[in-house]
Structure formats: C-alpha cells, structure tokens
Design a protein around this ligand. Structure first.
Ligand SMILES: Cc1cc2nc3c(=O)[nH]c(=O)nc-3n(C[C@H](O)[C@H](O)[C@H](O)COP(=O)(O)OP(=O)(O)OC[C@H]3O[C@@H](n4cnc5c(N)ncnc54)[C@H](O)[C@@H]3O)c2cc1C
Length: 393
C-alpha cells in the first residue's frame, strides 16, 4: 500500500468529522465521496454546540470559514455566576483578536448542512440514505456494503459515523462508549435575560446543575444544563420526551435566570447522556481508519467534540498528502492526534464524573490566553506534517 496508490477515499458518515475530512482530502487531491445514513441533509435534531477557536482555525485551513460563519453567532466573552446570580468571574473567550477565530455557537444540524453544502459546491458527492452495514478489506482495496444492498469500493475507508459507529463495531467490537455520569438538557427559549451583551456565554454554578446560556443576535436564548444523575433508561439519546418538568425543580432552587429561561423554552426540552469512549480505543485496521466521535467521543463538558473532529480532518488530509504510504500516514496521524484527543476525553470525563458541584469558580474562564504554537503548526495547511510530532520541551 503506498500513498501514490490511493486515489479513492470513501467516508462513512456525513456529520462534522466526515464532511470536514472530505473537504480536506479533496483539497489534498483525493477522489472522495461521503455516504450518509440520513435520507436528507442532516436534520437539526435539537442540539447546539460551540466551535472553539481551535475548531475555527481548522475550518479556516479547509477554506470553509465563510460557509460556516453564515450560520450561528460569535462568542467572545465568558462569565461565571453562582447560584445566587452573583458574578464570580468574567473574561475573554478564545482568540478574540481575529474574527475568523471567534468561538461560534450554532445548531449542530446547521453546521452539518453548511459543511455538506460546501462539499457539494466543490463537487464532492455526499450520498444520503446509504447506511453502512458491513465492510470487507483486502490487499487491493476496501468495500463498503450498505443496508440497501449496494456496495462501494475504494482504496481507503474512513469511519466518521459518530458515537455509535458501525465501522468501529465491525472492526473493534469491544470498544463501546460508557456513561460519564451526567445528563445534558438543552433547548432554545424566547426568554432573554435583561442586559446580556452580544457574544457573552454565561455559566451558572447552581446547587443541582451547571447551566449555560447565550443569547443570539435575534434574541433567542440557547441553553444547556448538566445534571449529575443516572443514565437514561434507553442507552444513548432520548429526543422523544419533553423533559422540562424534571429539570425545572432543580433550577428553581437557585436565584438565577435559569428556571425562567427553561420554562419559556420553545419546542421540546431534550436530554441526552454524557458518554465517552475508553482511552486506548484502536483507530485503524488495514485500509480503514476511525475519526471524530467514532474514534474519540468525549463527554460534552469541555465543548470540544466538534472542534476535535475539524482538527482531525486537517491533520488526516496532511498526513495522507505528505507521507509516503498509508501505514506511515495512519501511524503519523495517530501519533499527532491521540495525545490531544485523549487529554480532552480525560479532562471532559473528569469534569462530568466529578459532578457539577466540584467545578471551581473561575475555572470556566481560565482559558489559555495564547494559542497553542504546536497546534498552529500541526494545522497549518502549507506546513508539511512530520511523521512524529516534535518532543514537548
Ligand atoms: C448534548 C451535546 C452537546 C455537545 N456540545 C458540543 C459543543 O458545545 N462543542 C463541541 O465541539 N461538541 C459538542 N458536542 C459533541 C459534538 O456534537 C460531536 O463531537 C460531533 O458532532 C462529532 O462529529 P462526528 O462527525 O464525529 O459525529 P456525528 O456528528 O455524530 O456524525 C456521524 C454521522 O454518521 C452518520 N452515520 C451513523 N451511522 C452510519 C452508518 N452506519 N452509515 C452511514 N452513516 C452513518 C450519522 O447519521 C451522522 O450524520 C456535543 C454533543 C452532545 C451530545
């Protein structure tokens, strides 16, 4: 298997990791196609997320900043309130000097749709309604078998099929996500607390929850709550039930705007389990590689899952572009990415499992002021990716 043999890459999953990887691989000169199980452009299933400055930097390297900043709104500062609504800390959020690198708050479906539109604009096929069921790997290529009975061949296959990845289950059946100790509620509300400036995200350390909210330029409040409790009855996400009534009594114990925001939510109040994958989950086998949540799903506490998926996309494209053969490229990709994404799994899982009460005031605003130089080099499209990252001093 040599890099020069690879022309065709099949991406399973048209979410954030898969579509971004397709943009990167296409930019690196590969013939790439995305196969997505959903029948249409990814629907907004309710959740919103924030992209960090690191994720925005990765997007910029993919040339996709404008495509994504057409949706959502920028966040440039963060504050922490206690359960009485008293401000404990406030500070800038991320790389505020460069508007292209501002944190961004947007619905997950909007981000997926923006990336898929950009892929289509560049001529990358994104095929909907193709649910992967089986894979076969051989010396000359890999074949993906779909639930509708069709098959696609490629030189490489990327498993970008998320938390409950079929590719991961087929390759490494023992690697399963586990519950990280918190239930996450989220929704959108018409109740915007008075005097909240544009670009501010507020964290409230309440008696029974960690609550977060930001007000969009249109006056809509995007909010989430993290509560220490048992896992939901059915594994994974639960979008069917409006869970407002189980959350409100917890929030009403505090003197903060949280309960009013939730009470005025438009549409359902949704809940999902915080889950993560074990450290050391294998990522590749032969011509197949896992990326994004399929490889390194973390609990949402650090809010870095989507940003990590975007970073994956850039580093993988550079590895395949710059290194002489697939095994070397996959190994280099893993050497560059594993320490960073596993640090995120450990930190985020530590926050979730320790419970919201352990959060120290000020922690939420203690973000590094300076961008990480090693990451900037790793993501810079024009700088070649070495086979191994430089030793940390
Ligand atoms: C409540 C919550 C809040 C979050 N908040 C944040 C945040 O603030 N910031 C942040 O960065 N991240 C956040 N995340 C995490 C973030 O959403 C994920 O890390 C990110 O979506 C991962 O992208 P992905 O492409 O790897 O997976 P996904 O976005 O899950 O995409 C996987 C895709 O694969 C498709 N698929 C699945 N199975 C198959 C199959 N067999 N065949 C074909 N296609 C298939 C799916 O339909 C889907 O489109 C949050 C997550 C949750 C649950």
């Amino acid at each position: 298997m040599s890099g020069t043999d690879v022309t065709k890459v099949l991406v399973i999953g048209g979410g954030i990791a898969g579509t971004a990887a397709a943009l990167g691989l296409h930019k690196a000169g590969y013939d790439v196609a995305v196969c997505e199980a959903h029948p249409g452009t990814a629907a907004d299933i309710g959740a919103f997320l924030t992209l960090g400055s690191n994720g925005m930097r990765a997007l910029a390297q993919l040339g996709a900043t404008d495509a994504v900043t057409a949706a959502g709104f920028a966040l440039t500062s963060i504050r922490l309130l206690d359960g009485q609504g008293t401000e404990q800390a406030r500070g800038p959020l991320g790389e505020v000097a460069d508007p292209a690198l501002h944190y961004r708050c947007l619905r997950r479906g909007e981000l997926n749709a923006a990336l898929q539109r950009e892929a289509a604009r560049r001529g990358i096929p994104v095929r909907h309604g193709l649910r992967l069921a089986e894979v076969s790997d051989g010396p000359d290529g890999v074949a993906a078998h779909f639930a509708d009975g069709t098959t696609a061949d490629a030189d490489l296959l990327l498993g970008a099929d998320g938390l409950n990845s079929t590719v991961r289950t087929l390759l490494f059946p023992g690697a399963r996500p586990g519950y990280a100790g918190q239930r996450i509620y989220y929704g959108y509300s018409d109740a915007a607390p008075d005097g909240v400036p544009a670009g501010l995200i507020t964290f409230v350390r309440g008696g029974e929850s960690t609550f977060g909210y930001a007000v969009s330029p249109a006056g809509e409040t995007y909010w989430f709550a993290r509560v220490d409790t048992e896992a939901l009855p059915a594994a994974g996400t639960a979008y069917e039930v409006d869970r407002r009534e189980e959350l409100l009594p917890l929030l009403r114990k505090d003197s903060t705007p949280a309960a009013d925001i939730v009470a005025a939510s438009r549409g359902s109040v949704l809940a999902t389990d915080a889950t993560d994958l074990p450290l050391g989950t294998a990522w590749h086998s032969g011509r197949m590689l896992l990326i994004g949540d399929a490889a390194h799903a973390a609990s949402p506490a650090t809010g870095q899952g989507a940003s990590m998926a975007l970073e994956d996309a850039v580093v993988l494209a550079k590895a395949l572009r710059d290194l002489p053969d697939v095994p070397t490229a996959f190994a280099a990709y893993e050497r560059h990415r594993r320490p960073r994404v596993e640090r995120n799994i450990a930190v985020s899982g530590g926050i979730s499992r320790a419970g919201h009460g352990s959060a120290r005031p000020g922690r939420a605003v203690a973000r590094p002021a300076e961008p990480d130089e090693a990451l900037i080099r790793q993501l810079a499209w024009d700088s070649p990716l070495p086979a191994a990252p430089p030793e940390e001093p």
